[in-house]
Design a protein around this ligand. Structure first.
Ligand code: NAI
Length: 210
């Protein structure tokens, strides 16, 4: 069955919320309560989860711990993933050293750059920045599944091809361009300006500007 992409995105949000609830010591939660926290409809929560099975009990709700474990499996974070970052600039360094990524089971094991002036200098938790000539060997020997593109737009396609050639299975693309890769390679584009533009649209629509 084809699961809608927004559902997959919401699963990650449910997981984050449930994990917080678990830390608060909560044992059961209803779809209504979960939906209220996330400011969405409870029917949406039930529909999203129903794609994957029967998790809740009528009248009792979901067992927070069990649902967290199930969501981990469904999302694919019941294991750790190995990640390489290409581009040791602002974004590349921020991603590499973001503790939330490690906490959510994504290990940035190396950072690469084409600028000789950056090679060998520390990229934080992933050690010294490596040259692009090492990319293939590192991806293959360390069995890296995910590549992050954190280079300027004009270099993104070339870097994407190098990542695919090296053997990554999925790419998170921070460059503001669409990259062209074989269909079996999963790509997730991240662009903070999209959030800002969406916000600008809403502010204008409701006349909230000076
Ligand atoms: P930056 O200039 O600080 O870093 C880019 C790094 O990429 C540099 O270290 C440079 O040497 C390296 N590089 C350039 N060409 C390369 C190549 N062919 N192979 C390997 N390394 C190469 O830039 P910054 O601020 O980190 O931005 C990186 C990218 O992220 C840009 O495309 C920018 O537009 C984008 N960006 C995306 C955001 C988002 O929300 N997705 C937010 C801010 C920036």
């Amino acid at each position: 069955m084809k699961i809608p992409k927004p559902t997959i995105k919401r699963l990650a949000v449910y997981y984050r919320c449930l994990d917080n609830m678990l830390n608060e010591g909560k044992t059961y939660v209803s779809s209504k309560e979960l939906a209220e926290r996330l400011k969405i409809k409870s029917s949406q929560v039930r529909k999203d989860l129903s794609y994957f099975g029967e998790f809740g009990k009528r009248g009792v709700g979901y067992n927070v711990k069990n649902l967290t474990v199930e969501l981990k499996k469904i999302i694919g974070i019941d294991r750790r993933w190995r990640v390489v970052v290409v581009g040791a600039g602002n974004i590349g360094r921020a991603i590499t050293n973001y503790p939330g990524l490690y906490k959510n089971r994504f290990d940035v094991i190396a950072v690469f750059d084409s600028d000789p002036a950056k090679i060998g200098f520390s990229a934080g938790v992933a050690g010294p920045v490596k040259p692009m000539s090492d990319l293939k060997e590192v991806v293959s020997s360390k069995k890296v599944e995910i590549g992050v593109i954190a280079v300027p737009a004009e270099a993104a396609q070339d870097v994407a091809e190098q990542l695919v050639d090296a053997g990554v299975k999925g790419i998170v693309n921070f460059a503001p361009v669409t990259i062209d890769v074989p269909p079996e390679i999963a790509v997730e584009d991240v662009d903070i300006t999209v959030s800002f533009k969406t916000l600008a649209y809403h502010l204008r629509k409701y006349g909230k500007y000076r």
